[in-house]
Design a protein around this ligand. Structure first.
Ligand SMILES: Nc1nc2c(c(=O)[nH]1)N[C@H]1C(S)=C(S)[C@@H](COP(=O)(O)O)O[C@H]1N2
Ligand SMILES: [Mo]
Length: 387
């Protein structure tokens, strides 16, 4: 019998298809909802985005399944949205390798299969008032990246692995010392050590279906535990280099600027967005007869507990739904809201990781001294009216 996974799991061979059928029907609807409950809409729900960069954002109050269906999964594109003919497409593996490779989709599918359930969040999520739904949880399947790099044989001086997308666009860089326009591909890199992490997969399947075009068909990197930007879609080339790599998506955009204190002196740290950060958000408030419940999600680090605050009240511990769990997937939590008075209220959540770190409040220096919108993992507060 197929064992429901408690963590990331690996299925090999033809059992995979049957397992996925079980997987989809069961996991899509796993969620702590109560029959007959109604959702009370938030007062601060932003209107749907009309920007073609950012499609199908999550409407938090609609969240009703642990796994986000493909049709409801957000997608982000910085350049064009390529439509790729898989029959003509190949993945090149080259640069500082002993044996460059050229792999068709069939070649990749013939390799060992690995699956991971991973919540992808855009690091810009909650960085703007109208950008709060760039997150989703899916079951991704593909083949591990590490063995491909091993097979290609990274040369002694290879330290950086660059993931090149098919998408491209014109980029202008203008400042005191640079004035250049160039056609730039979407590209992101990782150190060789990070790229070799056994969790990374070259992914061709999402929730049991072929990877949808908006999410990177025919192939994307899935790097569990990293912010969305690292998960390069529409992959065409993996290149090993001998220097750090500074594309727009590594060194100009997706750079966090923080004011830090060093022995009483202010220093300005600029870091490239990388691994995900501890975070949570309230998803929705439901009512059944006179019983109110708040449901939400927590992700970005191993979650120890989640707490919820109504208005300026005490932190209440939420119950984490243990019916479905995976190491890199969000945890769904809920808490009863006893006898709310009628009128307007705020609902705030905070996640606490297994080492005791607390998701920062919005007035925590960690957030207030951050001068860019990336990595906005401060506590999320929503407004609601109780009749
Ligand atoms: N090739 C390519 N990969 C990309 C992007 C892109 O524009 N082009 N956007 C990135 C960003 S910013 C995010 S948040 C994630 C989102 O993944 P999704 O579109 O499948 O939700 O994809 C990443 N991978
Ligand atoms: Mo993103």
């Amino acid at each position: 019998m197929f064992q429901l996974p408690r963590r990331d799991f690996i299925i090999k061979g033809s059992a995979a298809l049957a397992a996925l059928a079980v997987f989809q029907s069961r996991f899509a609807h796993a969620f702590p909802s109560r029959p007959g409950e109604t959702v009370i809409p938030w007062l601060d729900q932003p209107p749907p985005s009309t920007d073609p960069c950012c499609e199908t954002q999550l409407v938090w109050e609609d969240l009703d399944s642990w796994v986000t269906p493909n049709s409801k999964f957000f997608s982000i594109s910085h350049f064009n949205r390529p439509v790729i003919d898989a029959a003509a497409w190949k993945l090149e593996v080259d640069g500082l390798v002993n044996k460059p490779m050229s792999l068709s989709l069939a070649d990749l599918k013939a390799r060992p299969r690995q699956e991971t359930i991973f919540t992808v969040e855009c690091s810009g999520n909650h960085g703007f008032p109208d950008f709060v739904g760039a997150i989703g949880n899916a079951a991704w399947a593909g083949t591990p990246l590490g063995p491909i790099l091993e097979e290609a044989g990274v040369k002694e001086n290879g330290i950086e692995v660059v993931f090149w997308g098919v998408d491209a666009g014109e980029v202008e860089i203008k400042d005191a010392v640079r004035d250049v326009k160039m056609q730039q591909n979407f590209a992101r890199s990782m150190s060789l050590a990070d790229a070799m992490n056994p969790n990374n997969i070259l992914c061709y399947e999402m929730n049991g279906a072929a990877l949808p075009a908006p999410n990177g068909f025919p192939l994307r990197l899935i790097a569990p535990g990293w912010y969305g930007i690292a998960n390069v879609k529409w992959l065409k080339r993996i290149e090993v280099r001998d220097t750090r790599f500074m594309s727009k998506m590594m060194g100009r955009d997706y750079v966090t600027i923080r004011e830090e204190d060093h022995n009483g002196e202010t220093v300005w740290a600029e870091t490239s967005v990388g691994r995900a950060r501890l975070k949570s958000a309230p998803a929705r408030v439901t009512r059944k007869d006179n019983s109110y419940q708040i449901t939400g999600a927590a992700w970005g680090a191993p979650i120890g507990k989640v707490e919820v605050k109504i208005n300026d009240g005490p932190w209440l511990e939420a119950v984490i739904d243990r019916s479905e769990e995976a190491e890199f997937a969000w945890k769904i939590w809920y808490v009863d809201w006893q006898n709310p008075t009628s009128g307007e209220h705020t609902v705030t959540s905070r996640a606490i990781d297994v080492s005791g770190q607390i998701q920062p409040a919005m007035d925590d220096p960690w957030i207030t001294k951050k001068k860019t919108y990336w990595e906005s993992n401060g506590q999320v507060t929503r407004r609601i009216n109780i009749a």
